[in-house]
Every structure is written in C-alpha cells, then in structure tokens.
Ligand binder design. Structure first.
Ligand SMILES: Cc1ncc(COP(=O)(O)O)c(C=O)c1O
Length: 979
C-alpha cells in the first residue's frame, strides 16, 4: 500500500483540505458499495445534468504560492490617509482583540448559537453588544447585529411600515449617507412604498407618511436638533428612525432621549477594519413596544435546568426560519464576529476610554476648523462632531491637491468638501490638510500654533446620561484581564477547533489558515469603500477574477459580489427577475412558487421583492411534486414570475427531474431562482446555469470557505444568465464631484427612479439598484474565497464535492440501521447531506432536541434539528472531515440510540434519564447531590474520547419558554450568577 505522501504531492493544499486520504476513501467506498469515486458520483448525480469537462480554472497553487500571488495583487491597492467618512472610519483594532478574536478559529469557526448550551461565550459577547447599543442609543432593546447601516435603515423602514400599516410614504432626509438612501430606495420600490427625499426641516408630515429617516450627525457633519421634527412625526402618527454614529453617541444626546423610535448605524469604527466596505456589524435598536417587529437575531437571558442564568436566542418566532413569508425580515446570517469585535472594543476601552477617544477626535476636528478659519475658509456648520463641510472654490481642485498629498477627502458638490476625522487621526494630519488647503504640500502649520480648541457640540446635543455602567464594561481595561475574559468566553463555545459540526445546509468545512491571512493585510483591511477606484486596483482585480471563477463554476454569464449574505443574494436575484419581466411589459408577473421544503429565507425574500408566495408540495420521497408544480404553473400561467428551488434539494438528494422542473417554469413564462446553499455538492460535477437555472445565489460562507463567524459574516453573490445580466445589483461609487452615489454603466441613467433629483445617474447603472451599503459588499473576505479556489483548482474543487458526497453517504449507511435515512435518491444514495428520522421515539417521550443536547455530552454539536422536517436531523459532514471523525460521530449517535432504546423498553426512566437531563455540566457531575438512576460516568464520559478530551457545556439545559415569556435582553446583574 502506498503511503499518503507517495500518492499526493506534499505541497498540495487539496490534500490538506480534504479530510479522508486515499485509503479512507477506498474503505468508505467499500462500505457504500462502490468500486471508485467516479462510480459513486455517476450513481448519485443524474446523468442529464453532469458537466462532462473540467472546469476552466487556473491550476491549483500551494499555500505559499497562492499567498504570494494574492499579495502581489493586493499591493496594487494604494493605502492613503482617508478623511472620507460617510459612515466608514479608520480605527484601531486593539491587538488583543485582533489576535484573539478576528484571527482566532475558536471564535471565527463557530456556528450561529442555536445550540445555546455550547455557545454561551459568544452569546455573552452578543449580549454585551446589545447592552452597548441600548446604552449608547438610550432605546429599550437592540438586536445582535444586522448586515450594514444601509440595510439596517431599510429594515427600520419595514418596521415602521408594519407598525403603521395602510400608509405608503417614507420620508428620507437628504442629510443621510447616500448609500443608505440608495439601499432604502431599492428596498422600497418592490413593496410599493413611496420614498420622499428632502430637507428634514421643511418636510410636512401628512397622513400618508408612516415613517421618516434622518442622520445624526448628518452626512456632512452637521448636528441637528430633531426634537421638533420627531414631535411633528409623532403628531402625524408616523415613526422616526435615526441613523446615528456610534462613537458620536458617547458625547451626543442619544436618539432615545429625543424621541426616536428606532436607531440604526454601523459599529465598524469600534475596532473593525475598513476592508473596502465590509464586513462590519450594523446595529438596530428600538422601543420595547416594537420588539416583536424587530429584524434579526436577539439574545435573551433565561435560566438553565439548575435555575442559573443562561443565554439563548430569543423571540425566534419573528424570524424567517419559523414565520417564512410572514417574517419581520429575511435576515438569517448576520455579522456576529464583527459584533463581537465591536462589543469587545467597548469592553476593553470602557465608557471612559470611549469618551476619551471621541473627545480626542472631536478636539482634533475642532483644531482643524480653527486652522481652516485662520486660512479664511468657510466651514458650513458651526456644530459638528468629527466631520466638517468646507466651502471651496472648486472641490475638484482641492481633491487634486489632496491626492498629491496622499489623502482622500470627500466631495460634497462642486464647491464643498467633507473631512472626517477618526481614532487614527493625529496632529500631523491637520498639518497635512492645512497644506492641502493652502495649495501646497509643504509643512506650514505647527501643532502648537493653536491653543486648546473649544468643543463645538451645541448645548441641545450634549449627552448628560451615563452609559456602559455594567461591570462588564468597567473591569477589563488591562490586557491581562481582557485576554483572560476572551479566553474564558472562547472556552465555552464549541467550534470547529473541537470537533466536526455536521450542520445540514450549513457546510461547516475547513476554513484554512492560509485563506484567512489576507484579511489582516493592510492592503486589504485599510481601504475605504469609497476610495477612488484607481486606489483599489488590487481589489478590482481580485473581484474580477473571482467573478470569472464563480461564473465558470456555476455556468452563468455574470456574477455580482455585492450581496453580503445569502438572504441578500436571494433578494438581489429576485429583483433581477422582477426587472426582467417588467422590461418585457410583464410587470404583472408576481407569483413566486416555492416548495414547502424551502429554507425560510426563500419565502421571506420573495415577499420583500414584491412577490406573492405560492407553495408547491413535495412527495413522500422528498422530491418536488411535479404534478402540483404543473398545476400551480398552469394556474398562474399569466402571473408566474419565478420558482425558487434548492439543488440538491433541502431533503438531501439530487432530484433527477431538475431539468424538467426548470422547463415547466420556463414554459409558463417564469424564471428559475436556484438557492445555491448546496453548491458544495456540485462544484465540477454540474452547473446550475447549464441545467436550467436563470439565477443562483452562492453562500461563500458555506461552499467557499468563509468561516461562519458564529453567525456571520457571510457573502451571497449571485450568478445570472445572460437575459438577467442587465438587472444585477450594480457597482457604484461616491461621485468625486458631487459626493453622491453614481452607478456603473447601464440603463438606470436613462430613467432615474423616484424622480431621481438627488442622484446623478449620468453613467447609468443596473436596474437592480444597490442591495448593500458598500459597492462590493463584504469585500475584504472575498480574499478567503479567492485563496480557496486558487489553491484547489478545478480538480481539487471537483474532488471536494465528490468526497463531500462520499462522506455523507458513508454516514447515511452507518446510521441508517439505527436512525432511518428519510430520503434517498436513485440507487439509495443521498447527496452531500442526509436526513435521519427520529420521530419513532416520540412515543417513548424522546424528542429530537433531547438527542441534540445529549450529543453535547459526547463532545459534539448537533446536526441541523427539525429542518426541513420536524423530528429529524440533517447531517452534512463536508469533505474536510476525515473518516475517523465521521466514525466518532456515528459511534456517538449509535451509543445514544442504545440509550434511547433503554428508555423505550422501560429500562430507563422516561423523565429522569440521560437524554432528558442532557447536557450534563461539570458543576452537576461534581455536585454532592446526584439523584439520577445512572452514573456520573455514564452522564459525562459516555465515550472513550471524552476521557482524553472533555468539552464541558457551560450550562445545563436551557428553558426556552421561560426566556420568551420573561424577555430580558441586556446584561444581567452580576449577583444573578452568584451561588
Ligand atoms: C438552503 C439555504 N438557503 C438560504 C440560506 C440563507 O443564507 P444566509 O444565512 O447567508 O442569509 C441558508 C442559510 O442557512 C440555507 O441553508
């Protein structure tokens, strides 16, 4: 037998990425009953969709080579001092946070904390985030992050509309960040919401207006007193959303204190790198009375089986995975990792530190203003925090001078420029800017030419209330304390650093370290999203290459990288379909067919895109019911817009009828949207664009190695067929002359939406509008996917999909005798995941949740529970897990099966048993009190490996019902943990 090294090149990344070696592959194939991988794939993947050639991708490179190549491209980005602002600011990531969170797989490889008992670390960090937002905004409740400030503003508009229904106008102040206005417009249009843009102080509310959005401080830096505006809105029965700068709120009166109903914003400047636009965590806070309309995840405090405080996700009944088309939002993956970083920045600096940072930024801005006054410049607004609007003869000339001095300012029209300061600004920057305004790059202004400048915050806006008074924000200001706190939380979470996380539909594969390196390179992390395009030449090259590679992998004509999560990709793809129909005079096509098995984001996105959802039934074997599909398509022949279909299906099989399904939809005038969450089963084997899909979204945080971050970031690009390409979400820039959003080439320029007087569309743009705040969405993490594809090459990607399918089938084969595999395709095979049925033990009182919790005692994270079928588990091993890890998991499940049998046969108590009491904590095991009819050893050390390495759940079983009935979503007092 050849050794692994003899078979495969030592330098090969593919070998490191794929778990099973040749020998293991052979052994598993033997179990599954196939001679070789080709035979297995031939049997599992329908012949009529197979790609019969190799993907046309550059040849695989080693880690070192790929890093060198990417570095050379990244070096084409130019890093200059940025004073652009517009919602994005330079900041300092405290090194202790950079190394121990951002660059730490213990944090970034975790999944969304649905299994709360083994996710207490990040749940605590997210609760800190919520507390931080509640305090800084002075509102009652905040969620655990949204995707970006612009989409958060759009979500706020949706909340206002839900609370004040039957009205159709939403006012947006022209002092908001341009990208926010543009995203709100994109979101409003399909819902029939009319957006009125104008000067807030002149706006007259009437009974058509359900809400209004203003920026605080305004995008040009002015601090306005919104008290009257809010009063007028409330008198007219409308709600007010305030988009507020998170750092400014340490000095400024918070929105909750002047009547705002919702506050949204970006927390990027709390330690998260610019990254050319993302990923960053947006925040969303509102009043208690609106909490059931909030989008996104919310962490709440409940208690565990021992009555101790424990954290969990609360009010999930609002969310798409439960309420589907009636959900408050389509948000699923959010920005957990970035929210954790921002919250830890606040923990590290504490209220005094944050205030000191804000004051310093403000005083430096004030000093610049004094200097500019001395030069005879006019500053438009007397009051500001960190951003000023300077009136100039020609912004073009000033921008040119600035460019020569290697700094970026923001044009605010032909005769004004904006300058924003941040935590990284130094007195040296003031010198630089003074010289720019003098028209010279020579130093001519000394630091001490001016005395201590006055605060320019007006009396009405001065913050007097305390914030971040909880001890958590006041005890970790040394690095030692901080490091230990981070490690304590990390140790409470089960991530991929402990064991496999076989979550179906989530593709928890290896996030290789080499893939992660580039996000920390300054050339990647320090670029402002609105930096002039020529400074982002490296990014452009990375994005173009990635678009080409993804188009080749999926078989589509064009790709947009802008959507910053799968949900946003769905929305963008459906918008493209909508615009396409409209362009053909078929705007009435508004029905979206969705199989009952679809992921909750599908119906929720369809509603956001203005479609009516019609369900299509599934057969007993899990396949789409073709007769029902035909009947529904016939019934809606005149108004059919789209079918949303997941492939391989959410039931874990390659349906042989997928081509036929697409043909039926096309024959009835509809377009096929493919949910590409399951792309990991297809790379190099088949391509959605070839077998009939018109648009497909990809989850780069699944198939393409971006880590889940404990619930985000994600990237959800879409690929589209030729006819939909003109309707992709378009690239845009901040116009260097006007400071407004300018779309790329396209048709929008001919027909600006909503009157368009605010925007200059002279270069045109995509009809889809922008779906994210930044032109390239979460650009910095695209490098992860770039690295993955570059290191895998065509052969490696294909091999990954093949082994993912083999691993799933091997597990299905091992588990089937104990837990029947619910759906199988031809030849009894599954795709890259399988659903096992646990409903037969319901009579014995054993629920699928009990098994999920018992797995924790064995050191495992449960597979996906009760989706898409209640009472089942969906297992997706991915290609990265070696055979012995698959076996370990199967052994755990088989051992749990014996424990269930003991209950079912009456050998164990129906209530007081190993499953119902799971998970067992160290505290319980060490307690003098033990009143269970099984041993401590059986409870906590049920398998040999737990003796060698035991992962202890931090809390016992959490009471979900109590948590929702007694909603508490901020940091509990320290005393709650005593005893
Ligand atoms: C099948 C499917 N579709 C869509 C999504 C939504 O993707 P995201 O969470 O990135 O919004 C998911 C994510 O879990 C999924 O599993």
């Amino acid at each position: 037998m050849q050794t692994r090294e003899e078979i495969i090149d030592v330098d090969s990344f593919v070998r490191r990425h794929i778990g099973p070696n040749e020998e293991e592959v052979r052994a598993m194939l033997g179990e599954v009953g196939f001679e070789n991988l080709d035979a297995l794939i031939d049997a599992a993947v329908p012949k009529n969709i197979r790609l019969n050639r190799q993907l046309n991708l550059p040849e695989a490179k080693s880690e070192t080579e790929a890093l060198a190549e990417l570095r050379a491209i990244a070096n084409k980005n130019k890093i200059v001092r940025s004073f652009i602002g517009a919602g994005y600011h330079g900041c300092i990531t405290p090194p202790v946070i950079q190394r121990n969170i951002l660059e730490n797989p213990g944090w970034y490889t975790a999944y969304t904390p649905y299994q709360a008992e083994i996710a207490q670390g990040r749940l605590e960090a997210l609760l800190n985030f919520q507390q931080m937002i509640i305090d800084l905004t002075a509102l009652d409740i905040a969620n655990a992050s949204l995707l970006d400030e612009a989409t958060a503003a759009a979500e706020a508009m949706a909340l206002c509309h839900a609370v004040v229904p039957n009205r159709k106008t939403f006012f947006v102040a022209d002092n908001c960040h341009p990208q926010t206005i543009a995203v709100v417009q994109t979101r409003a249009e399909p819902l029939g919401i009319e957006i009125k843009i104008g000067e807030y102080s002149r706006f007259k509310f009437d009974d058509a207006v359900f809400g209004a959005l203003v920026q605080y401080p305004a995008t040009d830096g002015a601090i306005h007193d919104y008290v009257d505006f809010v009063r007028q809105a409330h008198d007219a029965g409308a709600l007010v959303v305030v988009a507020a700068d998170i750092l400014a709120l340490t000095l400024l009166k918070p929105p909750g204190e002047f009547g705002a109903d919702v506050a949204v914003g970006n927390t990027q400047r709390f330690g998260v790198p610019l990254g050319f636009g993302g990923p960053h965590a947006a925040y969303f806070a509102t009043r208690d009375q609106f909490k059931r309309h909030m989008p996104g995840r919310l962490v709440g405090v409940s208690h565990d089986a021992e009555g101790r405080p424990a954290y969990r996700l609360a009010l999930q009944t609002r969310e798409q995975h439960i309420r589907r088309d009636k959900a408050t939002s389509n948000i699923c993956t959010a920005q957990v990792l970035l929210a954790v970083i921002a919250s830890m920045y606040a923990v590290y600096h504490g209220p005094k530190g944050l205030r000191a940072i804000a004051e310093r930024v403000h005083r430096l801005t004030s000093r610049l203003v004094d200097g500019l006054h001395a030069l005879g410049c006019t500053i438009t607004h007397e009051n500001f925090f960190d951003t000023v609007r300077v009136e100039v003869e020609s912004s073009e000339v000033i921008l040119e001078h600035a460019a020569k001095a290697d700094c970026n300012l923001r044009a605010l029209g032909p005769r004004a420029v904006g300058i924003s300061f941040d935590e990284t600004t130094t007195p040296r920057d003031i010198e630089l800017l003074m010289s720019v305004f003098r028209g010279t790059t020579v130093r001519d202004f000394a630091d001490d030419d001016l005395g201590e400048p006055p605060l320019r915050i007006p009396q009405f806006a001065i913050r007097t209330s305390d914030f971040l008074t909880h001890p958590i924000f006041n005890t970790h200001d040394t690095e030692t304390e901080m490091l230990r706190y981070l490690k304590k939380l990390e140790s409470r979470d089960l991530s991929l650093t402990t064991s496999m996380i076989p979550l179906g539909s989530c593709t928890m594969k290896l996030n290789a370290t080499a893939e992660m390196f580039p996000i920390s390179w300054p050339e990647i992390s320090k670029v402002h999203p609105f930096a002039p395009t020529e400074q982002a030449a490296g990014y452009m090259e990375i994005c173009r290459q990635l678009e080409d590679w993804l188009a080749e992998i999926t078989g589509f004509a064009a790709v947009s990288l802008q959507p910053n999560a799968g949900s946003q990709g769905e929305f963008a793809g459906l918008l493209a379909i909508r615009e396409y129909h409209a362009s053909r005079g078929e705007a009435d096509r508004n029905v979206c067919l969705i199989p009952t098995s679809a992921h909750g984001t599908n119906p929720a996105s369809a509603v956001m895109a203005g479609f009516k959802v019609v369900s299509v039934a599934c057969l007993k074997d899990g396949d789409i019911d073709l007769a029902d599909l035909r009947a529904k398509a016939d019934e809606h022949a005149r108004d059919l817009a789209a079918l949303m279909v997941t492939y391989p299906s959410t039931h874990g099989v390659f349906e042989p009828t997928i081509r036929e399904i697409c043909e039926i939809v096309h024959a009835h005038g509809g377009q096929v949207f493919m949910d590409g969450a399951n792309m990991n089963a297809q790379c190099g084997l088949c391509r959605p664009g070839d077998y009939g899909a018109d648009v497909c979204h990809l989850n780069l945080h699944k198939t393409f190695c971006i880590p889940h971050g404990g619930g985000g970031p994600g990237v959800g690009p879409i690929g589209v067929a030729k006819q939909l390409a003109p309707y992709l979400a378009r690239e845009f820039i901040l116009d260097p002359e006007t400071g407004r959003i300018l779309f790329g080439e396209g048709e929008r320029g001919k027909d600006p939406p909503n009157g368009g007087d605010i925007f200059d569309y002279r270069h045109g743009g995509g009809k889809g509008g922008n779906v994210a705040a930044a032109p390239w969405g979460s650009a910095s993490i695209l490098t992860i996917t770039w690295m993955y594809i570059r290191m895998m090459g065509a052969e490696g990607l294909k091999r990954a999909s093949e082994v993912a399918i083999l691993n799933a089938n091997y597990m299905a084969k091992r588990l089937d005798p104990h837990f029947p595999v619910l759906f199988k395709g031809k030849h009894g095979l599954v795709a890259h995941e399988c659903i096992i049925d646990l409903r037969q033990w319901k009579n014995a009182g054993v629920e699928v949740e009990d098994v999920a919790k018992r797995l924790m005692d064995y050191g495992f994270h449960a597979p996906t529970v009760s989706w898409p079928v209640a009472g089942t588990m969906m297992i997706e091993p991915t290609e990265s897990e070696p055979k012995h890890e698959l076996d370990r998991f199967c052994d755990a499940m088989i051992s749990i099966h014996a424990e269930i049998e003991a209950i079912a046969r009456g050998r164990q108590d129906r209530q007081n048993n190993l499953l119902k009491n799971a998970p067992h904590t160290a505290r319980q095991i060490a307690s003098d009190k033990w009143d269970h009819p099984y041993s401590r050893e059986q409870a906590a050390f049920p398998a040999p490996w737990t003796r060698e390495h035991k992962f202890w759940p931090a809390v016992a079983r959490i009471d979900n019902v109590y948590g929702d009935r007694n909603l508490f979503c901020s940091c509990p007092p320290v005393e709650a943990f005593q005893g």
